[in-house]
Design a protein around this ligand. Sequence first.
Ligand SMILES: [Zn+2]
Length: 279
Amino acid sequence: MSLCRSLQVWEQTGRPHSLHLEEQRQQGQAGGGQLGGGLRYPHTAIFWVTCQQDVLNQRVDARVDEMIDRGLVDELLDFHASYNTKRLANDILSSPDYTHGIFQSIGFKEFHEYLVLGEEDRQGEQGKKLYQEGVEAMKLATRRYSKKQLRWIKNRFLKPPGRKVPPLYGVDGSEPEHWGERVREPALQVVEALLNDSIPALQPLNPPGTDLDNTEITNDKSRHECHVCDRVIIGAKIWKAHLAGNRHHKMLKRQSRLAAEGTGIGTDKTGQQQNKSNE
Ligand SMILES: [Zn+2]
């Protein structure tokens, strides 16, 4: 939960999380926006391990059950008891405010009616009913939270309002028994293609360079030959990116170095071509 993260940041650094986020936002600069900073590194790709909604719901329910098995409710009771002791000691009569601080974390609001029962009542019929209702409410709240996270991902990566967004590749993690062929393999293929400066077979969920017109990219089949790298590149935008890329600049440097050393570039180039066709 983000609350835990914020507490953790504060504990580790003695500075509020909001300050860190603000710094990150400023460091990001170009391409930054309301939801976060821009990209620190060029050539970034993001993998989204997706999950079918019904599977996700089952996982969320199982996670809530697990948290409860591990003593969540006792923890809530402990906290609630100490909170109320302090509250009474300080003569504060209001109920906890579930829109602020720690009470925002999922659980307090959902189990509120159960938590305020006396110990004896909790054991009774009413207690059992309220407990069960708390469990159901918590599952619902957690599902809602997961939907909120999905919305965040979609807003952040799939409909960018004029900002740089890295390609987002979706891999389906709904069935862990198919992890190898549906998640690991396709992801590795994408990484390999990107490292080789070529276009991955898997289409990103967001079109590349979303600041451009999508149709322009997919329809642009123009051919560009790079004589430095000995490669053919399809599409003007990708060609432009290639010319600006690290790989091309390294080759350029290497060539001018070889030329300065008086090595026959021609023969070297032939060698490269040989390698290329053997791949
Ligand atoms: Zn090149």
